[in-house]
Design a protein around this ligand. Structure first.
Ligand SMILES: Cc1cc2nc3c(=O)[nH]c(=O)nc-3n(C[C@H](O)[C@H](O)[C@H](O)COP(=O)(O)OP(=O)(O)OC[C@H]3O[C@@H](n4cnc5c(N)ncnc54)[C@H](O)[C@@H]3O)c2cc1C
Length: 443
C-alpha cells in the first residue's frame, strides 16, 4: 500500500527530506510537499540574489547528501569551475545547486510521487489512522514531517509596541522593500550584531548607502573571521562515547586555549574539533547545565561558531574604519516612535539609560525560538492539539535526538535546536534528513 507523507516546509530541511526519500525508498510513497511562499528548494537562507551574501561554511562541507560528502564540490567543479573546494561560495549559487539537483532527481524513482503545493498549512488534526491537514483545502496523510524552519525574530523589548507598525521598522532583515527604503535615510540602526547584521551591512554597502549605521547589541560581539588556515589546528581531544559535564567541557576548552596560544595553533579549531560531537555532548547535559550554558556561554559559543568569510568582514571593517558604523554595547529596553523617527532607549554597565535617535530600525536579533510566542496559526494549532510541545529550555520543540516527535510525526533542522543545540546548518540537516528517510519514512 502507498503511504502518504506530508512535508511542511520547502526550505533545505524539507528539500533534503524529499531528496533522501527519492534516493532511499524501496516501497511506494506519495509525498505532499507544502510551502506557503512557493519557496521550494531555497527557503529563507538561499533565496538571496545578492552575489556578496556568501556561505559561512566552506564548499567542501556543504554537500546536501550525508552519504556523498563531495557532492557539492563536484557540482561546483562542473558548473562554476573557478571556485575551489575551500572557498566560501555565494549562497545564491548554493540555492541554484539544490534546485538543480531536485529538478534532476525528482523523477528518478518510480515508487515516489511528489506533489508540490504553494499553500500554508494552518491546522493538523490526529485521526485514528493518520492526520487531517487543512490549508484552504483538506488532505489526509499517514506521516508528517515538520520542516517549518526558522521564524522571524522577536521584536526588541519596548514599553509600547507602537513602533512595530512603522514602515521604517523591519522585523525581516531580508524584506524586499528594505533596499528602497534606506536610500533616503541619514541614520539607521541595526539591532543585533551577528551574521545577519553582516549580510545587511554588505547589502547597504553594495547599494551605496551613504548615511550612518548604528549597530547595537548587549555584548557588541561581532562575528569572528574564518582564518585562511594560517595556523595549524589543535589535535582531536573529544572522546566520542564519553559523557561530559559542563564544567569538564569548560576546563578542557580552557586547557586547549592555553595550548593553542603557547604552540601558535588556530584557537577556532577548538570549536571545529568539538563540533561533530557537540550534539552528543549537549544531549548528555542536564537541563540545569543547558540553562547555565544559555546564561553564561551562549554568546561566546555563537561568536566562535558563527564565523564570517574574510571577504565579508573586510566590507564591515572598512565601514568601521571610515566611521560609517558605530558599534554600541547596550540592551534596548524601550523604543518610542514619532512620525519623523525613533528614539531607542538602552542601558549598559556604564549607564542605566541612554538614547539613540534613528530613522530606520532593522531587527537582526535572531529567530524566535520560543514556540509559545509564535503567532502562526499552524504552530498555535499544533500546540493546542498537543502534536508538538515546547522544548524544556524554550528552544524549539521536544523530540528524540533522531527527530521523532511521536509515532509518525518527525522534525528536523531548527525545531531541534533545544534538543541538539547544533541543528541549523546544512551539514547537520543533511545527516538528519538521511536518517529520517532511512529509519522512518522509506521503510
Ligand atoms: C541568512 C542565513 C544564512 C545562512 N548561511 C548558512 C551557511 O552558509 N551554511 C550553513 O550550513 N547554514 C547556513 N544557514 C543555516 C541554515 O542553512 C538554515 O537555517 C536552513 O536553511 C534552515 O532550513 P529550513 O528548511 O529548516 O528552514 P527555512 O529555510 O526557514 O524554510 C522553512 C520553509 O517552511 C515554510 N513554512 C513554514 N510554515 C509553513 C506552513 N505552515 N505551511 C507551509 N509552509 C510553511 C516557509 O515558508 C519556509 O519556506 C544560514 C541561515 C540563514 C538564515
Amino acid at each position: 500500500m502507498t503511504s502518504t507523507i506530508a512535508i511542511i516546509g520547502g526550505g533545505i530541511s524539507g528539500t533534503l527530506t524529499v531528496l533522501n526519500c527519492i534516493k532511499q525508498s524501496k516501497k511506494p510513497i506519495s509525498i505532499i510537499w507544502f510551502d506557503t511562499h512557493n519557496n521550494f528548494c531555497k527557503g529563507y537562507a538561499y533565496s538571496t540574489i545578492e552575489e556578496r551574501h556568501l556561505l559561512n561554511v566552506r564548499a567542501n562541507n556543504m554537500s546536501i547528501f550525508f552519504d556523498e560528502p563531495t557532492h557539492f564540490t563536484q557540482w561546483l567543479n562542473q558548473h562554476y569551475p573557478h571556485y575551489n573546494p575551500t572557498d566560501f561560495v555565494p549562497r545564491k549559487i548554493f540555492g541554484e545547486y539544490v534546485n538543480d539537483i531536485f529538478e534532476n532527481t525528482k523523477k528518478t524513482n518510480q515508487l515516489v510521487s511528489i506533489t508540490q503545493l504553494a499553500e500554508e498549512v494552518i491546522s493538523i488534526d490526529k485521526l485514528d489512522d493518520g492526520f487531517e491537514l487543512k490549508t484552504k483545502n483538506t488532505y489526509l496523510v499517514q506521516k508528517l514531517v515538520l520542516a517549518f524552519g526558522n521564524f522571524l525574530p522577536p521584536h526588541p523589548r519596548s514599553i509600547s509596541s507602537d513602533y512595530i507598525w512603522s514602515e521604517n521598522y523591519f522585523q525581516n532583515a531580508f524584506h524586499p522593500s528594505l533596499t528602497h527604503k534606506i536610500l533616503n535615510k541619514n541614520n539607521i540602526t541595526i539591532i543585533g550584531s551577528g551574521l545577519t547584521m553582516i549580510d545587511v551591512v554588505i547589502s547597504l554597502s553594495k547599494n551605496k548607502y551613504k548615511g550612518l549605521i548604528h549597530i547595537i547589541s548587549p555584548h557588541a560581539y561581532v562575528p569572528e573571521v574564518h582564518h585562511e588556515n594560517a595556523f595549524p589546528s589543535v589535535a582531536p581531544f573529544i572522546e566520542e562515547e564519553k559523557i561530559y559535564s559542563l564544567s569538564e567541557i569548560l576546563s578542557i576548552v580552557n586547557k586547549q586555549l592555553k595550548t593553542a596560544k603557547k604552540q601558535g595553533l588556530n584557537p577556532h579549531s577548538i570549536i571545529d574539533v568539538m563540533r561533530p560531537y557537540f550534539q552528543n555532548i549537549w544531549v548528555n547535559f542536564s537541563i540545569d547545565e543547558q540553562h547555565q550554558f544559555l546564561r553564561h556561554l551562549r554568546h561566546k559559543w555563537g561568536v566562535a561558531r558563527h564565523r564570517a568569510p574574510m571577504q565579508s568582514m573586510i566590507v564591515f571593517q572598512e565601514l568601521i574604519s571610515n566611521n560609517k558604523i558605530g558599534l554600541i554595547k547596550g540592551r534596548v529596553f524601550d523604543i518610542k516612535y514619532s512620525e519623523k523617527n525613533f528614539v531607542i532607549f538602552f542601558s549598559n554597565s556604564q549607564q542605566s539609560s541612554q538614547t539613540l535617535n534613528t530613522d530606520l530600525i532593522i531587527n537582526c536579533t535572531g529567530p524566535e525560538a520560543d514556540y509559545t510566542k509564535i503567532k502562526m496559526p499552524l504552530i498555535q494549532n499544533l500546540l493546542k492539539n498537543q502534536i508538538i510541545t515546547p522544548n524544556f529550555i524554550k528552544y524549539g520543540i521536544n523530540a528524540q535526538k533522531d527527530g521523532q516527535i511521536s509515532q509518525n510525526v518527525y522534525t528536523l533542522g531548527p525545531p531541534l535546536k533545544g534538543v541538539l543545540w547544533e541543528s541549523t546548518a546544512v551539514p547537520e540537516i543533511s545527516a538528519q534528513a538521511y536518517k529520517l528517510a532511512v529509519n522512518f519514512i522509506c521503510n
